[in-house]
Design a protein around this ligand. Structure first.
Ligand code: SF4
Ligand code: SF4
Length: 323
């Protein structure tokens, strides 16, 4: 960022965002150290937006103990942060508790909102959004395309979208759904090609909120996706850091989902599985320590899913296997 952006453009011509990794900091001194390193690495005096990252049950007590909310509020008072936010992956009840206690220190909340997670019990997009609205917090949306899941759709789902609005991309549908919700002020979408940037810009240039008719189509699409996605992993890879067996969890889950969506291509997925497992632990190597599940923002029962992966891809694997 420093080389590509900061050293080449006036500071007020772009907005820079980063976040405090709540899982990694140890104490108050560590908050300070990490923050100063971030400023120094980027070569800036301030961040436009700064988030307490991946807030949830597993880190909330630590944040209270080491005054993480006061820390970011203080940095804002010093002019080193323009707007303070929190990305959140937990229950609406916990969000309510946090905003009741620390809402005055937060300018916005970042939530996972997309049409598949809208009513999903492990994410509860709709209810979390309602809580943010209750406290008057503007919402930035993350995962509007659910890590690409809403772009690479099962055939039947894609056909429904084409039929309803032939000119719109799958991503366009997902972004319109997220941006149409009351209280949403910003939608973040990961992009890895110029084509995707152009497509996303087109969606927002002449923005059309989703209609009742669109919602009916989206609901049918959602049902098809759900029937074809046994493991709702977004591929964020938070679970892999610290896995004592270096298991390629998101890759294995993607292969498993892929096998479930297609017919006749099982052998190619098997080849992928074998190749990945040359450099990583196999699904059956899991020792059940649970580290990954504590880190998973989607609260997936990873250990259980790994058993299913092992049965599918490791011929003759009887779980659990110890090596
Ligand atoms: S439970 Fe299994 S997959 Fe998860 S961190 Fe432990 S060994 Fe790795
Ligand atoms: S299992 Fe959870 S933490 Fe791991 S990649 Fe999938 S969604 Fe992310």
């Amino acid at each position: 960022m420093r080389k590509a952006l900061v050293e080449r453009h006036p500071r007020d011509s772009f907005r820079l965002v980063t976040k405090m990794p709540l899982r990694d900091f140890k104490d108050e001194e560590d908050l300070e150290r990490i923050f100063h390193e971030q400023l120094a690495h980027c070569g800036v005096e301030y961040f436009d937006y700064y988030l307490l990252h991946n807030m949830g049950t597993n880190v909330y007590e630590k944040c209270k103990k080491y005054h993480a909310f006061d820390f970011v509020a203080q940095k804002k008072a010093e002019g080193k942060i323009r707007q303070v936010g929190m990305s959140f992956h937990d229950t609406p009840e916990l969000l309510d508790e946090i905003l009741a206690q620390f809402g005055d220190k937060l300018d916005f909340v970042q939530l996972q909102i997309n049409y598949v997670d809208w009513e999903q019990p492990n994410v509860q997009s709709r209810r979390c959004l309602e809580v943010a609205r209750k406290y008057g917090k503007p919402v930035t949306v993350m995962e509007p395309c659910k890590g690409g899941t809403l772009v690479n759709l099962p055939q039947g789902a894609e056909a429904l979208l084409r039929q309803a609005r032939p000119q719109d991309s799958n991503a366009g549908w997902a972004l319109r759904f997220a941006a149409s919700q009351e209280g949403v002020t910003r939608v973040l979408s990961g992009m890895n090609s110029l084509e995707q940037v152009v497509d996303n810009c087109a969606t927002f240039q002449n923005f059309e909120p989703v209609t009742a008719q669109d919602k009916a189509v989206i609901e049918k699409v959602r049902q098809i996706i759900e029937a074809n996605t046994p493991i709702p992993c977004t591929g964020c890879a938070y679970c892999t850091h610290g896995c004592p067996k270096n298991i390629a969890i998101p890759q294995y889950f993607a292969l498993y989902n892929s096998v479930s969506r297609t017919t006749g291509s099982f052998s190619s997925q098997n080849v992928y599985y074998n190749n990945i497992s040359l450099k990583h632990g196999k699904a059956s190597d899991c020792i059940g320590c649970g580290q990954c599940e504590r880190a998973c923002p989607q609260h997936l029962p990873i250990r259980e899913h790994l058993k299913e992966v092992a049965v599918k891809f490791e011929a003759g694997a009887s779980f659990p296997t110890r090596r």
